[in-house]
Design a protein around this ligand. Structure first.
Ligand code: CUA
Length: 196
């Protein structure tokens, strides 16, 4: 014991104990790896939000959920797809326990499409796979999301917020029709593509 170094850090440690400087070095390495991963994830969020318009919908627009069936923008006759004077399309939908109204809408391809949704009861969700459309539908608010579809086809839009016992059966469809074909549809066909 007499020839032990006077500095306790230089003494030989009992087997199985890792010296403090090695612990510090390992911790610093992991910290750098973790900060690197955080930087990569932040960069992915920033780049996708700038290039793919992937960002939380920030439309703050209030609506009275008690009277929305009776007056204003979301009365039944005004639901579905409408063409705007500038050539874009607006789709108005109500998300309610446990269906979307209407359950199927036609929209034109290669056209700016604006979805406007609201709920008369509880929080629902609205997502279209392979697009940037993903929003919550909160009673008392109008959710607005903008997108456009390049390829004709059918998109399913399930409710993705748990809204009650019927949640798993709550879904609807968007059918994207070729741009030149859309104006030939009747108002009824635009409003709903549910098989009659
Ligand atoms: Cu509506 Cu889940």
């Amino acid at each position: 014991m007499a020839d032990e170094p006077p500095n306790p850090l230089q003494r030989v440690l009992p087997g199985g104990i890792v010296p403090e400087d090695e612990v510090v070095r390992t911790e610093q390495r992991w910290l750098i790896i973790m900060l690197g991963m955080l930087a990569v994830m932040m960069a992915v969020i920033v780049v996708t939000s700038l290039t793919h318009a992937l960002h939380p919908p920030s439309n703050v627009e209030l609506i009275n959920s008690v009277t929305l069936h009776l007056k204003g923008e979301f009365v039944e006759s005004n639901l579905g797809t409408a063409l705007e004077p500038d050539g874009s399309a607006t789709v108005r939908l109500i998300a309610q326990q446990y269906s979307f109204v209407p359950e199927c809408v036609n929209v034109p391809a290669d056209t700016p499409v604006k979805f406007r949704l609201t709920s008369p009861d509880v929080i629902h969700g609205f997502i279209l796979g392979d697009t940037n459309v993903n929003t919550m539908v909160v009673p008392g608010f109008v959710s607005e999301v903008r997108t456009s579809f390049t390829t004709p086809g059918e998109y399913t839009m399930p409710c993705h917020e748990f809204c009650g016992v019927g949640h798993q059966g709550m879904w609807a469809r968007v059918t994207v029709v070729p741009r030149e074909q859309f104006p030939k549809l009747t108002v009824v066909e635009r409003t709903s593509c549910v098989p009659q």
